[in-house]
Design a protein around this ligand. Structure first.
Ligand SMILES: NC(=O)c1ccc[n+]([C@@H]2O[C@H](COP(=O)([O-])OP(=O)(O)OC[C@H]3O[C@@H](n4cnc5c(N)ncnc54)[C@H](OP(=O)(O)O)[C@@H]3O)[C@@H](O)[C@H]2O)c1
Length: 250
């Protein structure tokens, strides 16, 4: 079984930066046609143009059912089917217990849970038998971090969705798996520590908790997502791959 994406059609939500962008680049480099999404239309178009190959940027917020309808209508019209779906877009809003608001819950669960559910559900009519769905989870589902309870609960939910969907979609041969990154140097996380020096120190602190003593790169996580999404992982189903440098494993 091969890890090529030759003649495959893929959608990667949240593909204009970070792990999603690196994943789209890997799939395109191996011959796949890729649709990437992001909320900022200019950014997603520029990000698509930045990747060699057949890559289309579509402005779409994963929390919006209308946007998802528009996204999959475009895939249907241009490509007619979908082989690989990577539900990667997520919201993270740190909030220690005592400061959690219903707005924070709505924002985080609106993208990470409702958005993930509706992304997969809306993609379903286009997904071919034998297709692959990868949900991007988080080490936060497995290991506690101060201030991350709402985000962690949403990502634990993502893991639970994958178990059930793997069962429900098995008659069609559609595999559903999770890839859970650990601390990973991406633009989104880097915003928490603006500036080169602050970013370096921040990721060094984040990585210090892993046995590998460093944060991962978006490319390292994307390599695992691409493997799980490819036919090389044809007997991998309902699983949760931890791409976390061992952070949650030891
Ligand atoms: N980096 C880490 O340390 C880490 C650790 C564990 C898990 N993860 C998970 O890995 C995934 C990717 O994270 P990342 O660090 O690569 O993020 P990132 O650098 O912040 O990039 C996020 C991407 O998603 C898009 N996006 C954000 N909200 C969206 C929405 N509602 N609808 C559609 N697109 C949206 C962003 O573009 P716009 O802003 O234009 O929408 C951007 O393209 C997430 O599921 C995250 O929870 C990351």
């Amino acid at each position: 079984m091969s890890d090529t994406f030759h003649r495959k059609i893929a959608v990667v939500t949240g593909g204009s930066a970070g792990i999603g962008h690196a994943t789209a680049r890997k799939i395109a480099a191996r011959g796949g046609a890729v649709y990437i999404t992001g909320r900022d239309g200019d950014r997603v178009k520029a990000a698509a143009a930045d990747i060699p190959g057949d890559v289309v940027g579509v402005q779409a917020d994963s929390a919006s059912v209308d946007d998802l309808d528009r996204l999959f209508a475009q895939v249907q019209e241009r490509s007619g089917r979908l082989d690989v779906l990577v539900a990667n877009a997520a919201a993270i809003v740190p909030a220690p217990l005592g400061s959690i608001t219903t707005e924070i819950i709505d924002t985080v669960f609106g993208v990470n849970m409702a958005g993930t559910i509706m992304t997969v559900q809306k993609a379903l009519p286009l997904l071919v038998d034998g297709g692959a769905v990868v949900l991007v989870g988080s080490m936060a589902a497995h290991k506690a971090s101060r201030g991350q309870s709402v985000y962690a609960a949403s990502k634990a939910g993502v893991r639970a969705l994958a178990r059930t969907w793997a069962l429900e979609l098995s008659p069609r041969g559609i595999r559903v798996n999770v890839v859970s990154p650990g601390p990973t140097d991406t633009p989104g996380i880097a915003q928490l520590a603006p500036g080169d020096e602050a970013r370096k120190a921040f990721f060094s602190r984040m990585g210090a908790g892993t046995p590998m003593t460093r944060a991962g790169t978006a490319e390292e996580v994307a390599a695992v997502i691409a493997f799980v999404a490819s036919d090389a992982a044809s007997h991998v189903n309902g699983a949760d791959y931890q791409a976390d440098g061992g952070y949650g494993q030891v």
